[in-house]
Ligand binder design. Structure first.
Ligand code: ADP
Ligand code: ZN
Length: 518
């Protein structure tokens, strides 16, 4: 296909000389009238994939986006570049909506941004049906899938809405985060031929991944900010309380930081977001309420002070670093007890049991990521269904500690799991191995189990970490929801039978940082 016209708009309207990876292929699909799915990393340049075709089509391109708070900014930015665009969402009164619809009728706009909730409204669909809609762009398309990490029921209305539109517009679904399963689900629901999937891969070569375990959070962050003086970044925490605490802590150390979470007033949030976008503050401390759709290119680091609930969420949040393509860091500060917070969130949520089980499983993957000794990037890409080589940059690739043969200890753990008939979880197995003497052990007569106390010389925490390691590396499986029980895998069976060895990097000589006193 001849993309001269598209290339010209890229230059004249948006001021860029060349397409980014994937953009050309996606635009080609769209211009040839095929519904398609674009999977490109955060900052990959998904917007142009529908904005350029929108300018080439005769009719209107409707963009479905969950980011109501950003719609105005996005539309303003387009208008500034001379692209006639508008939005309709719940922030507008009905007369204003009607004015905009009338203008759309007159052909005043090429792009219309709407929130997915709009498509639930029969009146709105009716009005949309009167317009010459050529293309429906579905941003953050993973929200349509229950298998995804950010399912939004309002997205389910999309497929019905498309069917009801008399113009039967073609669809372009876009996302930065989709497992193979989620991608298939998007294609099925939006009737996209899987052949028309453009996936540029999830690798972010300018992003260095690091996992830091059991360090003092405040000390680590302050030291990091000292070494990386003046650089801008985001610190994510799981709870509003921790966001507030961290923001205050940074303030006391004269670091310009602001908070962002759903509990703050709209005005405060908007102000803090702007301060961050315009570099008036150095660090944004936030819950996961912050970030989707934020186009700040010079974020140099994203630190997770607490572990998030899914690897998809983690990678999406981490990916907000380095949108400009320059070297950036994503650091996960991991403490096993922080998993409990996520457990609690899942437990408290009003989802059905199946959904909860899936969330627990996703949390286990997150824990595996924190505990693996293999390449972190490779781990993430494999999760998204992509094969790759070790990245050479992540904290595990950079970790040159010697490997130690831990087969004997591994066998002890594995045989204990078998002796306990796969009925118990990590802490019970660790307690039995270290010979702890508590009520639950006595009630269940576990002191009679043959492996009771065979690791009594080690601390329970050390054994727990070994179990985490064996789970992350696939020798054990943690099965079930809130209180997963351990099972020995095929691979674990080989170790028990002496057919293969287990290696682990030597324990770091605990160079623990002193806590901050202030
Ligand atoms: P995302 O894929 O996360 O939606 P955006 O569409 O917001 O990414 O694009 C990220 C940034 O990259 C924006 O600032 C955009 O202007 C810029 N960009 C997009 N395409 C190109 C290109 N072909 N050349 C240079 N910069 C581009
Ligand atoms: Zn690596």
């Amino acid at each position: 296909m001849d993309l001269t016209a598209a290339q010209k708009i890229l230059k004249t309207t948006f001021g860029y000389d060349t397409f980014r990876p994937g953009q050309r292929a996606v635009i080609e699909h769209v211009l040839s009238g095929e519904s398609s799915l674009a999977i490109m990393p955060t900052g990959g340049g998904k917007s142009l994939c529908y904005q350029i075709p929108a300018l080439l089509f005769n009719g209107i391109t409707v963009v479905v986006s969950p980011l109501i708070s950003l719609m105005k900014d996005q539309v303003d930015a387009l208008n500034d570049s001379g692209v006639p665009a508008t939005f309709i969402n719940s922030s507008l009164e009905w007369p204003e909506i009607q004015d905009r619809l009338a203008a759309l009728h007159r052909g005043d706009y090429k792009l219309l941004y709407v929130a997915p909730e709009r498509l639930d409204s029969a009146a709105f669909l009716e009005a949309l049906g009167q317009l010459p809609v050529d293309l429906l762009a579905v941003d953050e398309a993973h929200c349509i899938s229950q298998w995804g990490h950010d399912f939004r029921p309002s997205y389910l209305a999309l497929s019905t809405a498309i069917e009801q539109l008399p113009t039967q517009p073609q669809v372009l679904a876009l996302t930065a985060t989709a497992t193979t399963q989620v991608a298939a689900d998007i294609c099925q629901q939006l009737k996209i031929d899987p052949q028309n999937e453009v996936n540029t891969g999830f690798a972010r070569d300018n992003l260095d991944l690091t996992v830091v375990k059991d360090q003092d959070t405040d000390r680590y962050i302050l030291d990091y900010l000292k070494v990386n003086e003046g650089e801008t970044g985001i610190i994510y925490a799981s709870t509003r309380k921790e966001v507030t605490r961290l923001t205050a802590m940074l303030g006391r150390h004269h670091i310009k930081a602001a908070a962002y979470h759903a509990g703050l007033d709209d005005d405060v949030r908007r102000q803090n977001q702007e301060d961050f976008l315009y570099d008036r503050i150095q660090v944004m401390v936030a819950t996961n309420a912050f970030g989707m759709g934020i186009d700040k290119s010079n974020v140099r680091f994203v630190i997770h002070a607490q572990v998030p609930g899914t690897l998809e969420a983690y990678y999406q949040e981490a990916g907000r670093a380095g949108r400009d393509g320059l070297p950036s860091e994503a650091i996960l500060l991991f403490r096993a007890q922080d998993l409990q917070i996520q457990h609690f969130f899942i437990d408290q949520s009003e989802r059905d049991d199946d959904h909860k089980q899936r969330e627990y499983q996703k949390l286990q993957v997150m824990s595996q990521y924190a505990n693996t000794e293999d390449c972190l990037q490779q781990f993430i890409l494999a999760y998204f269904g992509e094969k790759s080589e070790p990245c050479g940059r992540c904290s595990n690739c950079r970790d040159d500690r010697e490997q130690q043969d831990i087969t004997l200890d591994a066998q002890k753990v594995l045989s204990c799991v078998i002796r306990l008939r796969s009925r118990y979880g990590k802490s019970m197995v660790a307690q039995v191995l270290t010979g702890s003497n508590n009520q639950r052990i006595r009630e269940n007569h576990l002191e009679d189990v043959k492996t009771y106390g065979i690791m009594a010389s080690q601390r329970q925490k050390t054994v727990s970490e070994l179990i985490d390691f064996l789970t992350a590396t696939g020798y054990l499986n943690a099965v079930g929801g809130q209180y997963p029980t351990l099972q020995v895998t095929e691979q674990g069976g080989e170790v028990l039978r002496g057919e293969s060895q287990v290696y682990r990097k030597m324990a770091r000589q605990a160079k623990r940082l002193a806590p901050v006193d202030d």
